[in-house]
Design a protein around this ligand. Sequence first.
Ligand code: PLP
Length: 471
Amino acid sequence: MVLLSRKATFNSHGQDSSYFLGLQEYEKNPYHQLHNPQGIIQMGLAENQLSFDLLESWLAKNPDAVGCKRDGKSIFRELALFQDYHGLPEFKKALVDFMAEIRGNKVTFDPNHVVLTAGATSANETLMFCLAEQRDAFLLPTPYYPGFDRDLKWRTGVEIVPIHCTSSNRFQITASAIEEAYQRARKQNLRVKGILITNPSNPLGTTMTRAELDLLINFITDKEIHLISDEIYSGTVFSSPGFVSIMEVLKERNLEKTEVWDRVHIVYGLSKDLGLPGFRVGAIYSNDPTVVSAATKMSSFGLVSSQTQYLLSVMLSDKKFRNYYTAKNLKRLQKRQRKMVSGLEKAGIGCLDSNAGLFCWVDMRHLLSSNTFEAEMELWERIVCDVKLNISPGSSCHCSEPGWFRVCFANMSEDTLKLAMQRLKSFVNSTTSSKNKSHRDLKSLTKESHIEKWISRLSFLSFHDREQDER
Ligand SMILES: Cc1ncc(COP(=O)(O)O)c(C=O)c1O
């Protein structure tokens, strides 16, 4: 007897993609400075662990927010019962103020247009449910966040049709690429309901240009379709050019209160900008009241706990703290990104110029044995299994060119990043020197024990360095 439903076993979840396989591989042998210095370093998780101390010191100074107290009095019972799917008004107010601030207060947001969801994952899926039927399609520029296959397609039956972007123009969206994707969808008998973008982009770590945003608005106006802008990294833009929200462009073009205004929806969340993915806080912001109403009903499947809403409403209402946090967090991220870029440079590896996000889009095309996705997987396997770094291959992000990898930099200590870059450098050196010596291709290089040796040597060196730094 078949125990599971067809839906539960349907493979559009993408569980067997290299993105998820890499995460599983890491779980089997995670790196630890002392207990497992030869383990795999996790560089496949877009987490921000650089500013926990700031949040922790705020929490220490504000015990009432954690202890479910308001003005010194317990509101435990009130919070324990609260499950209104409209959310806590004070939290929604604090959240929209924070969102506006991130956008330099060039736009404001109405808390009544917000639907709270358990993370941005739930926000994206809810929007798919509300806007598209099974076998309708959304167009997504590539490369895109690997989780979207699960989030947008799995339970909704919606199809993703890629808009192929290439390195020739820094993976920017072009009119011809959108039109080509639209026509391809039509040929597959799919009705295109909209476009979904991530701005800033995961995995590129770049913000979209005004020209791209204009192009998107023109396209959705012309085709009468929706635009979802996942802006989960909007407060994680650490250098110029700054972030321009789609709302800002609509406003500038005087498109408020037009049909197209109602067809643009924003996804946001606190998993990245506040580094709180475990708190599961996401939001949909829509200009269309019917979408807000439908999504609010859907949100019963993934509410944000009232305790979390309360804590964060107090934290985000503290304007002084939120400004301090954002400024400091961005400085740290920028410094960290520079460290990674220079570490990669030392290893002879380049990456796309980026100004946002928790990762770099790294160009390893020169390390491929051939210009194919098979060669990309071969290289990826060696990086995960031999070099012991879990990074995400471009193919898991549906990139149309082999040889690109997403490498995260904010989920580890500086020492660990240093070690990761040393491992990579030695790998590149050994690969190139072996290549030069014997003119063999990458495939024929098998030197498991040799790699083990240099990983342990690097771990030792890194400890040695740190000891010296600390002295
Ligand atoms: C672009 C994008 N959207 C949504 C998500 C999911 O976020 P959450 O943890 O809030 O569900 C992620 C997480 O990496 C992401 O990168």
